[in-house]
Ligand binder design. Structure first.
Ligand code: PRP
Ligand code: URA
Length: 211
C-alpha cells in the first residue's frame, strides 16, 4: 500500500511494544502503559515538522542563537473512548497542547460510526491537530472525525493510529488526502465483524477494563 500521506512507523521499539499489546495475557495496567508509550514514539515522528525559530541563549561559555520550537499551537483530539489512552503520550512531548474530544461509537451490526460528543479547542484554524485512535478498522470513525474537525474550521490535520487494517487505511488516505497518517503496524485484514486481524481485540475494552 503506497500512499504519499501514509507513514508506517516501523521503529523496532514500536514493533516490540505492539507485539506486547496484542498478547491476550497483557493486563489493563500494562496495556495502558504500552498505548501511552507507543503514542509518544509515534508522536516523535508526527511532530517532526514543527517549525523552529532561532532564539538567543546564554550558555556558561557564551551567548549564541539556537533553535527552539516556534509557537506551540497543537491540539490533540482523541476519538473516544480508546483514543484517550494515547493523549498522555503526546502531552509528554508537547505539554502545552490543547485537547479536544470527539465521541463516536461503531454500531455493532452495521459497523457505521455514530457521533455522541464533539468539543474542540477554539479557534482551531491555526492549530496543528493530531487526531488519535489506536485502531483504524473500516476507517469510518476516523473519516467522520476528521470531517467534523474540518467542518469546525480545522485545516492542518494529522491522524495517528497504532494498528490499521488495509481497508481502513485505503479509505482514510483516499477520503482525506490532505491528512498525514501515522501508523504503527499495518495488519492483514478485517474479519466478518470488522475487527482487525490479528489485531489486539477491542482497544477501548482493553484500556478501560470493560467488556
Ligand atoms: C473502536 C476504535 C475506533 C473504531 C475503529 O471504537 O477505538 O474508534 O472502533 O473502527 P472503524 O475504523 O471501523 O470505525 P469503538 O467504536 O469500539 O468505541 P470505543 O472506543 O468506545 O470502544
Ligand atoms: N475497534 C477495535 O477496538 N478493534 C478492532 O479490531 C476494530 C475496531
Amino acid at each position: 500500500m503506497d500512499y504519499s500521506n501514509v507513514l508506517i512507523c516501523d521503529h523496532p521499539l514500536i514493533q516490540h511494544k505492539i507485539s506486547m499489546l496484542r498478547d491476550v495475557n497483557t493486563g489493563t495496567n500494562e496495556f495502558r502503559k504500552l498505548i501511552e508509550e507507543i503514542a509518544m514514539l509515534e508522536g516523535y515522528e508526527a511532530l517532526r515538522d514543527l517549525p523552529l525559530e532561532d532564539v538567543e541563549v546564554t550558555t556558561p561559555i557564551e551567548t549564541c542563537m539556537t533553535p527552539m520550537i516556534a509557537g506551540k499551537k497543537i491540539a490533540i483530539v482523541p476519538i473516544l473512548r480508546a483514543g484517550l489512552g494515547m493523549v498522555s503520550g503526546i502531552l509528554a512531548l508537547s505539554p502545552t497542547a490543547k485537547v479536544g474530544h470527539i465521541g463516536l461509537y461503531r454500531d455493532p451490526e452495521t459497523h457505521e460510526p455514530h457521533e455522541y460528543y464533539c468539543k474542540l479547542p477554539s479557534p482551531i484554524e491555526q492549530r496543528t491537530i493530531i487526531v488519535v485512535d489506536p485502531m483504524l478498522a473500516t476507517g469510518g470513525s476516523a473519516c467522520d472525525a476528521i470531517s467534523m474537525i474540518k467542518s469546525h474550521g480545522g485545516v492542518h490535520i494529522k491522524f495517528m493510529c497504532i494498528i490499521a487494517a488495509p481497508e481502513g487505511l485505503k479509505r482514510l488516505a483516499e477520503t482525506h488526502p490532505d491528512v498525514q497518517i501515522y501508523v504503527g503496524h499495518l495488519d492483514r485484514e478485517l474479519n466478518e465483524n470488522a475487527y482487525i486481524c490479528p489485531g489486539l481485540g477491542d482497544a477501548g475494552d482493553r484500556i478501560f477494563g470493560t467488556r
